[in-house]
Ligand binder design. Structure first.
Ligand code: PEP
Ligand code: MN
Length: 382
């Protein structure tokens, strides 16, 4: 029988249990190791082990789930271990999980998103790339040009943002442009420039994957693969990055709800890649004084709903550089785990999004302000 009684209360307890976001599925021997296994079926139940449960008791639950044809996803925490049971609900409810030794309670996962839901890994997930961290106490400062235009422009930008303490370098090689007549990016040539900029500065590279046909080339250079706002519901592309071994930066579509964003992340996680950073970048509303309406409320909601890190792109939301700093400050203050901003040595000459790019000459002051607000929120630019 499913214990429907005190769902909210139980969820609060799970949230407080301090479960660490390790994802473990599959064989018994995999316990305690991060595995990349795609999920067949939906994660339906949350099995909370008691504080005194032994590893053997956890393994027993996992073994019984697997014998019944289900999968288990384990999160080990400071105070409790939580097992997500993945499979058909009718099959799962037939297993008397509540009576198993060490099991404290069994709860249904009611949300449509499962693997990315906070309940399944109540501790915040931290994404680490080349020693740079985003999530929990680490604030990511991702900066760089909208688009890689030339080697000089990219290297100049990379050096300036690195010197100011940026933690990753962004730059578009394949650009999703509204007009087919505008600059579409340098493509593979830009990837080589980004590689050089990354090698020189030590900054991890964040760049967008626009088309599954470019996966190999992009993954070869990118340390974090961006899925742009326009592709947030390109489900085949989402599945594709779900199978790569690099973290994914998933931007919210301007017309997507928070739930749709989380479901898009679920598509990636389902394929086995749970290293996902969500990004609020502004949505379409009746308001026309900014390029988009930056939905900072969604950041607070996302922080409640998911264990994944959430960052904000104030550049594309603002559309003009004077607004980038105030929106970035607000993002840090609302609890975002980082920001991604555009910078250019000579924004007036930029081939794309010039009005919103920060001049690299002023980037150090910008970074200082963000560092101070992040510190007030208990976070350090990591
Ligand atoms: C970008 O970050 O380069 C970009 C195109 O942003 P978005 O997908 O949010 O429009
Ligand atoms: Mn841009």
């Amino acid at each position: 029988m499913l214990p429907h009684r005190s769902w909210r209360h139980d969820q609060a307890q799970v949230r407080n249990a301090g479960v660490i976001g390790l994802s473990v599925r599959g064989r018994r021997s995999c316990v305690n190791r991060l595995t990349r296994v795609s999920v067949n079926g939906s994660p339906e139940l949350l099995i909370v082990m008691g504080p005194a449960a032994t590893p053997d008791q956890t393994e027993h639950v996992v073994a019984r789930l697997e014998e019944a044809g289900a999968q288990a996803r384990i999160s080990h925490g400071r105070q409790a271990t939580v097992i997500g049971a993945i499979g058909q609900l009718e099959l799962l409810v037939g297993i008397p999980l509540e009576g198993f030794p060490g099991v404290e309670k069994v709860l249904p996962i009611l949300k449509p998103y499962k693997l990315v839901a906070r309940e399944l890994a109540p501790d915040p997930t931290v994404i680490e790339v080349k020693g740079r961290r985003i999530g929990d106490a680490s604030f990511g400062l991702i900066a760089g040009p909208c688009t890689v235009e030339t080697r000089e422009q990219t290297l100049e930008t990379a050096r300036a943002v690195a010197a100011a303490g940026a933690t990753m370098l962004r730059g578009g090689a394949f650009k999703p442009r509204t007009s087919p007549y505008t600059f579409q990016g340098l493509g593979v040539e830009a990837l080589e420039i980004l590689r050089e900029a990354g090698e020189e500065t030590g900054l991890p590279i964040v760049t967008e994957l626009l088309d599954p046909r470019h996966v190999e080339e992009v993954v070869d250079v990118a340390d974090v693969v961006q899925i742009g706002a326009r592709n947030m519901q390109n489900f085949l592309l989402l599945a594709e990055v779900g199978r790569i071994d690099k973290p994914v930066l998933l931007k919210r579509s301007p017309s997507a709800s928070v739930e749709e964003l989380l479901m898009a992340a679920e598509y990636i996680a389902k394929e086995g890649n749970e290293r996902i950073i969500l990004c609020e970048r502004g949505i379409r509303t009746f308001e026309s004084s900014l390029r988009y309406t930056l939905d900072l409320g969604s950041v607070a909601v996302l922080k409640e709903e998911t264990h994944l890190p959430v960052i904000v792109d104030p550049s594309h939301a603002a559309g003009r550089r004077a607004l980038v700093l105030p929106l970035a400050r607000a993002a840090a203050a609302v609890g975002a785990d980082g920001i991604i901003v555009e910078a250019h040595p000579r924004p007036d000459e930029a081939l794309c999004d010039g009005p919103q790019q920060l001049p690299t000459a002023g980037f150090e002051g910008f970074a200082r302000e963000i560092r101070e607000i992040a510190a007030l929120m208990g976070k350090e630019i990591g």
